[in-house]
Design a protein around this ligand. Structure first.
Ligand SMILES: [Zn+2]
Length: 255
């Protein structure tokens, strides 16, 4: 398949034209895969952790965001994790639902998400690779015991394993490697698609940030969907706007 008609985002064309172009590209390719980030969740009320007054402006990532910090003082790191747990109650938005709908109709083969909030699954998406882990389960670093989110929420924080060790959420701290299973599932998804929809992420965090560039190098086309587009020159089509609105219109433009 040819990459998108234009290698650069085109000036002077309306969003409608870009949406039609994106939908045509997805149709011709037989279905896309997607990479999502924080921007997908902001409309659900999940704060941008990197934004002003975000989690990482109040908690030094070196002191609260590394596995070394957790090993040194897990109770201290749980001050940050307790705030993170507050996002668990949020609901998916129209954008999440549009993506689940696209998957049901065969236009989306799967989602690679950098988000840990579980909102894609909550919206009904079935093939979701959680690149940075999630808050769905917690593990004991001493005995390996796994504990569900429901159990953690029903007890005192920080949660402890039966063996007494403070539990660690099954998410990836900044200095941890991406789990091999997530990497393999990502490769499998990317290998079977010719179109990648990059939505709600400015792709600043490695290694997820390398995915669009590599995908294009391998001959695929990238559709960027962002409030503030950031991917150029690695985007073939840029859809500028809110995640929920644009994803909803993209889904509606597909048969
Ligand atoms: Zn234990």
């Amino acid at each position: 398949m040819q990459p998108a008609e234009s290698a650069q985002p085109i000036d002077g064309k309306s969003l409608d034209a870009f949406l039609a172009q994106a939908a045509a590209l997805i149709r011709r390719s037989g279905g896309a895969v997607a990479l999502t980030g924080a921007g997908a969740s902001t409309e659900s009320g999940v704060p941008d952790f990197r934004g002003k007054n975000g989690l990482w402006s109040r908690f030094d990532p070196l002191e609260y965001g590394t596995i070394g910090a957790f090993r040194r003082d897990p109770v201290k790191v749980w001050a940050m994790l307790t705030e993170l747990l507050a996002i668990v109650g949020v609901e998916p938005n129209e954008g999440h639902r549009a993506m689940a709908d696209m998957e049901r109709r065969g236009w989306l083969h799967g989602i690679i998400t950098q988000n840990i909030d579980g909102l894609h699954q909550k919206a009904g998406s079935r093939t979701v690779v959680e690149f940075h882990g999630s808050l769905a389960t917690f593990s004991c670093t001493s005995c390996g015991q796994k504990v569900s989110l429901a159990k953690v929420r029903s007890g005192p924080l920080p949660p402890r394993c039966r063996c007494g060790t403070v539990l660690k959420p099954d998410l990836i701290f900044f200095d941890e490697v991406i789990p091999p299973l997530a990497l393999r599932q990502t490769e499998e998804l990317l290998a079977r698609a010719k179109v990648l929809i990059v939505a709600g992420t400015s792709c600043r965090v490695v290694p997820a940030s390398l995915i669009p560039h590599r995908f294009r190098e391998n001959g695929g086309a990238v559709i960027e969907l962002n409030l503030e587009p950031a991917l150029a020159p690695d985007a073939d089509i840029v859809l500028q706007g809110s995640f929920s609105q644009i994803m909803g219109r993209l889904a509606a433009a597909l048969p």
